[in-house]
Every structure is written in structure tokens, then in C-alpha cells.
Design a protein around this ligand. Structure first.
Ligand SMILES: Cc1ncc(COP(=O)(O)O)c(C=O)c1O
Length: 414
């Protein structure tokens, strides 16, 4: 969220939302082409999720998770563990993505401390990475705009070349860096397949397999930040599944999830971790335990929304259906992909992006405005125009999104 005065873009009030549509009080409507910052996987107010939350509200609204537990959090943890084949069988909960990043970083550092290697307390991230904007998460976020003002509060990380800028060079830089510094590195944090907020920069899935091997060789944790790319967004439930070995091995040590896990209904985040990590904290001494509390940790309503979301994945065969729809949408975007101002059209599952040679630095704002005028919510990152639609668009909405974006592009460039 940015909080600044921009009188050319007044706030847009939304009164209600249903399916892919946001409705303003003045009767105008907007097709949510970016799933409200990548959260509303099944559109807004999906009846199955709404009903599940209502039922939960009648039963148990909230209870603190310290010393207590409840059925939705247990069921959700078991369900997520099963999605990793039990490889990451432990879940730690919070409410937002940045907190999940903080938890993964803290857990990794504390793991090494408990293992008698307290010097391993630094982190590697990639150029252009985005892992959230709380102070710890900012340390591994390489977006100058978000970091610069707060730099005096933020501890630096090791920022290495992104695999999106060249896989072989990034791997060799990582290898060289780990060889020299692994004694002080706790973890490498990565956005598998797509660095989203950094401009939808994509890399091949195989890259992460090689990075995993380097992490193993140098005894460094691998944190997969799937806050944006998880929940089917890149074609598999977890993006890192695409990088596993033939025998199903090669999972990261931690997976961070948030955003789409509740279908955009309620705030929830979590970190899945491997048994070896969990075991390192199992101790009667409080100081060896993992210390991180949030009041709303594992909120039952949010966990119930997440369970309903996961049920939709099964019931609607979402991953397979998305595969078919994605091909259809790629075809519909052909005129945009071949537009004279477009470069580097790319796709990973349900993410599409292209860079625009705009000839001015006001493209993002102009396009946003032109898209709204055509009933579309699309919000480029700088000169990168992208689509992260909900998984529920019908043919008319698909056509409107592709056609409206093309018209908005011409208007924004005019
Ligand atoms: C990859 C990634 N990590 C972390 C975050 C932070 O999540 P939140 O905005 O919920 O704090 C984001 C948000 O866009 C993200 O894309």
C-alpha cells in the first residue's frame, strides 16, 4: 500500500463485489483482472467460501492458539502437509504475507542457533525480489522505492543476480557466493518461477532444482516464498513442485503461503516447514522454542475459509481447468503480445506479463485510468502490464479483459 497524495487518481470506493466484478456506489463496475492484488482466486464472495465462514462464525469465532488448538487449524495443517506428500508437515500461522516471510527468516536463523551455529544468521535474496514490507521482510526485498526511506532501520542481505536475468550466470554467482560465505548464511529466499512485485520476472522451473542442490551442498536453508505464486497461480498448487526431482525429492525447507489461501476472503498466512526444522525447536527450554506470536494466529474463520478454498481446488478440478482456460486466454492476448509497443510477452500458468515501450514514465497511471474507463481493474507495475485474473472468468469476461486491455494500451500510448 502506498500512502501519498495523488490528486489525479482519487480513491475509488467499492460498495460490493461478486464473482469477478467489483461494484462502485455509483453503479459502475470493474472486472478484477488482478484478483485484488492476487488474492481472490475464485472471484469475490464465492458462495462455498462465504457459507463455510458463516458456519464457522456460528461455532467458534476465535481462540488464541497458544496452549489451545481447534479443528479448522488442525484440518488445514494436515491438508497442506498432504499437499507436500508430508515433506513439509508442520505449519506455523500468522495473518499477512510479510509476517510469513519474517517467520521463515527467524525460524531459519533460530534453527542454526539451536544447532550450535549462531554465526549462520544472514540471508541471500535476489535482485528485484519482493518479500514484504515489514522491517525484517524489507531486508530481503530489493525494490529501492520500498526500501530507501527506511534503510536506516533495515539490516542488509546478500543480494545476488536474479535467475530471471540469466539462469546460468545466477547459478554460478550463487555457487561462488555460497562457497565463500556459507558459514554465515542461514537461508536463501526465493520467489519460485516468478518475481511478481519486482515486475513479473520469470525463470525456468529447473533453475530452482539446481539452487536446491547448492543449498544442500553448503548447508543453507531454502525458503520458497509462494505468497504470490502458490495456490495454483503458476500451474501447480505450489510453484516449487515444478522443480522437484524425478523421485519427488528436492522440496524447500520452508514454504510461505498467504494471499490466495483463503480465496481472498480473510487475512491468513502460514509457513510450512520440514520435520528437521520442527525437531530443532522441540525442547523444554523456552528460549530454544520458536518465539513469534500474533494475536490472530490461526484464526478459525480464516482457516475455515482456507479449507473451503482447498475444497474448491478438488471439486472444480481447478488446475486442469486453468490449463485449458490459460491457453484460451493466451490466444485472446495475441494482438496485445504482438502490439508494436509490446516486448517480452511471457506467461507462467495463470500469470501473463509484457513490457511496454511507452516513451514516457507515466505509463502505469495512464493505463490504469484507461482500463478503469473500460470496466477493467488492471494496474501495471512500472511499464510492465500484467494479468493475474481470478480462476472463474467466463467467455464474455475473458474477451472483455483481452479486448479492453488492448484498447486501454492504445489510449494510454496516445
Ligand atoms: C512474494 C511476496 N511475498 C510477500 C508479500 C507480502 O505479502 P503481504 O502484502 O500480505 O504482506 C508479497 C505481496 O505482494 C509477495 O508478492
Amino acid at each position: 500500500m502506498q500512502w501519498h497524495a495523488d490528486r489525479s487518481l482519487p480513491l475509488l470506493a467499492i460498495a460490493r463485489a461478486q464473482g469477478a466484478w467489483l461494484y462502485a456506489p455509483d453503479g459502475r463496475r470493474y472486472l478484477d483482472g488482478i484478483s485484488s492484488w492476487w488474492t481472490n482466486l475464485f472471484g469475490h464472495s464465492h458462495p462455498a467460501i462465504v457459507q463455510a465462514v458463516r458456519d464457522q462464525l456460528d461455532t467458534l469465532d476465535h481462540v488464541m492458539l497458544a496452549g489451545f488448538t481447534h479443528e479448522p487449524v488442525v484440518a488445514l495443517s494436515e491438508r497442506l502437509s498432504a499437499l507436500t506428500g508430508g515433506r513439509l508437515g508442520h505449519a506455523f500461522y500468522a495473518s499477512d504475507g510479510a509476517s510469513a516471510t519474517e517467520i521463515a527468516l527467524k525460524m531459519s536463523l533460530h534453527y542454526w542457533r539451536n544447532a550450535g551455529q549462531a554465526d549462520k544468521n544472514e540471508f541471500i535474496c535476489f535482485a528485484g525480489s519482493y518479500h514484504g514490507e515489514t522491517v525484517g521482510a524489507l531486508a530481503v526485498t530489493d525494490v529501492a522505492l520500498f526500501r530507501d526511506a527506511y534503510a536506516p532501520m533495515v539490516r542488509g542481505a546478500h543480494v545476488l543476480p536474479s535467475p530471471a536475468a540469466g539462469g546460468a550466470a545466477a547459478l554460478s554467482a550463487l555457487d561462488g557466493h555460497l562457497a565463500l560465505h556459507h558459514g554465515r548464511i542461514a537461508a536463501l529466499i526465493v520467489e519460485p518461477r516468478v518475481q511478481c512485485a519486482g515486475g513479473m520476472a520469470m525463470h525456468e522451473a529447473a533453475w530452482l532444482r539446481d539452487a536446491r542442490r547448492l543449498c544442500d551442498r553448503y548447508a543453507v536453508h531454502l525458503i520458497a516464498d509462494e505468497i504470490a505464486v502458490g495456490c495454483g497461480r503458476t500451474g501447480t498448487f505450489f510453484a516449487c513442485e515444478q522443480s522437484l526431482d524425478a523421485d519427488g525429492g528436492g522440496w524447500p525447507d520452508f514454504i510461505c503461503l498467504s494471499k490466495g489461501i483463503t480465496g481472498g476472503t480473510l487475512p491468513l498466512s502460514l509457513v510450512l516447514s520440514a520435520p528437521a526444522v520442527f525437531d530443532a525447536f522441540l525442547d523444554d527450554t523456552m528460549a530454544r522454542g520458536f518465539l513469534h506470536s500474533h494475536s490472530y494466529t490461526g484464526n478459525p474463520l480464516a482457516c475455515r475459509a482456507a479449507l473451503a478454498t482447498l475444497e474448491l481446488f478438488d471439486k472444480l478440478d481447478v488446475l486442469q481447468r486453468n490449463r485449458v482456460w490459460a491457453q484460451h486466454f493466451t490466444d485472446a492476448l495475441a494482438p496485445l503480445a504482438t502490439h508494436p509497443a509490446a516486448r517480452n510477452f511471457r506467461q507462467a500458468g495463470m500469470i501473463w506479463a509484457l513490457d511496454i515501450d511507452a516513451g514516457h514514465d507515466d505509463f502505469s497511471r495512464r493505463f490504469y485510468r484507461e482500463a478503469l474507463a473500460r470496466e477493467l481493474l488492471l494496474r501495471p507495475i512500472g511499464n510492465t502490464l500484467y494479468f493475474m485474473p481470478p480462476y472463474v472468468l467466463d467467455d464474455a469476461q475473458t474477451a472483455l479483459l483481452a479486448r479492453g486491455a488492448l484498447q486501454a494500451l492504445d489510449a494510454a500510448l496516445a
